[in-house]
Design a protein around this ligand. Sequence first.
Ligand SMILES: *[C@@H]1O[C@H](CO)[C@@H](O)[C@H](O)[C@H]1NC(C)=O
Ligand SMILES: *[C@@H]1O[C@H](CO)[C@@H](O)[C@H](O)[C@H]1NC(C)=O
Ligand SMILES: *[C@@H]1O[C@H](CO)[C@@H](O)[C@H](O)[C@H]1NC(C)=O
Ligand SMILES: *[C@@H]1O[C@H](CO)[C@@H](O)[C@H](O)[C@H]1NC(C)=O
Length: 487
Amino acid sequence: MGPARSPAAAAAAAVVVVVLVLASVAAADNMVLKVHHRFEGRRERLGDMRSHDARRHGRLLSAVDLPLGGKGAPTDTGLYFAKIGIGTPSKDYYVQVDTGSDIFWVNCIGCDKCPKKSDLGVDLTLYDPKGSSTADLVTCDQDFCTSTYHTLLPGCKPDMLCEYKLSYGDGSTTSGYFVEDNVQLDQVTGNLRASSSNSSVIFGCAAQQSGGLGTSSAALDGILGFGQANSSMLSQLASSGKVKKVFAHCLDSVNGGGIFAIGEVVQPRVNTTPLVPDQAHYNVVMKAVEVGGDYLELPTDIFSSGDGKEAIIDSGTTLTYLPSDVYNPLMEKIMAQQPGLELHTVEEQFSCFQFVGSVDDGFPVVKFHFNGSLALAVYPHDYLFQYRDNIWCVGFMSGEMQSKDGKDITLLGDLVLSNKLVLYDLENQTIGWVDYNCSSNITVKDEESGATYAVGAHDIGSSSKLVSLRISAVLPLLVGVLYTFML
Ligand SMILES: *[C@@H]1O[C@H](CO)[C@@H](O)[C@H](O)[C@H]1NC(C)=O
Ligand SMILES: *[C@@H]1O[C@H](CO)[C@@H](O)[C@H](O)[C@H]1NC(C)=O
Ligand SMILES: *[C@@H]1O[C@H](CO)[C@@H](O)[C@H](O)[C@H]1NC(C)=O
Ligand SMILES: *[C@@H]1O[C@H](CO)[C@@H](O)[C@H](O)[C@H]1NC(C)=O
């Protein structure tokens, strides 16, 4: 694949670096080695396991309903998360869903600095490979490891674990080793009906955290990367023939939670734009920005493709980051509608103002236009979030996301993606969306029977409003820089 530009990163999502961990493979700590011993002799080649798995579960998963919780605004939980069962016997884990990264990982037993409690209304659980009869460790000579790193790790010997270290845009890191275990997903089997189904998936068992991941009060059990790299859970399910590489989310910023489904969505239909080829994540080409019916006059090459100037779609980021050449005229135009308003900086980060009344009446709709006549209409109640009574802040940020070569990056996060059905069709390499009521149902197709079934919204966890207290906890997660994969 070559050096792939990774997307960015902000609210704890968007992984940026998968670092080779040679030294630590040799120096694996005691816990790792002990765990490993327990599984010796049970190791199989990945290929063998896949075919074994396919035999055992010949049935397609086809359409999967992933129960969702959380709310996107920084004054709410600041993120969306899903519930997923892992292991035998199965335990529930709550993981942030992140289209800006690839790896699925959960906090593991014995983890240094993993959070124990969460303010999000969910119970945290440490995964214990020894406590699951279907767990297997992944060693550095297995296909998954060599293909994730695009090489056989130098110094790899048969019993060494496949370790990883991930760095996020906010500077936090997580490291651990890969394991393979059964993951229970809710297979859609009828209208608003699903039944649990096992799939063997390789994911990270986190042994160490640093930065915001270990301390955030918005703590979860891990992150579920929905990027398109071969290492993602989606790619693994697709390569064992269980699902098509198509998924959709509908993030409900009004009621919390929403819909996250794997499978072909037949209703609602969406207009699409092509994904920029050969990118690790979901990059699209923006063409223009319209504010209240007027197009902004922007430098002609501001969004040119192939130059790292595409927009990245990232459900793991809360806010939207724009190059300053876009941000400045955009803000000017938005504020022109309320000439008396005074902007203040709150929490050293947000541009906020006092406003009484309906923001939808007082501010213009912003439309981002993309290749293929696709527009993203962002309403004032989506790009503005309420900080306190009558204090509103702007969810657009200027020039803080930069690529390695210092170019400003456009990153579209939760706030602007919410209240829309967003469909990622990796089979056709397109992404699309349509305004949608995320508390209602969508219809997905079961590949095996051709039947179509309704999938409804969920809101797991309490996701109570935490108001301004949350801001300081979320803030450190919002600033980031881009890295590229080292290999
Ligand atoms: C990902 O998997 C596909 C199909 O198995 C393979 O053709 C492709 O080369 C892989 N990509 C990378 C970057 O390893
Ligand atoms: C998943 O597999 C385990 C081990 O084979 C089995 O005990 C469990 O009942 C299965 N769960 C489901 C939902 O099929
Ligand atoms: C890909 O595009 C084709 C042709 O437009 C369409 O028939 C097919 O359903 C699309 N694939 C998926 C997975 O939606
Ligand atoms: C959204 O759908 C839900 C469930 O069908 C319904 O109760 C609600 O009124 C809808 N909201 C809007 C704004 O239409």
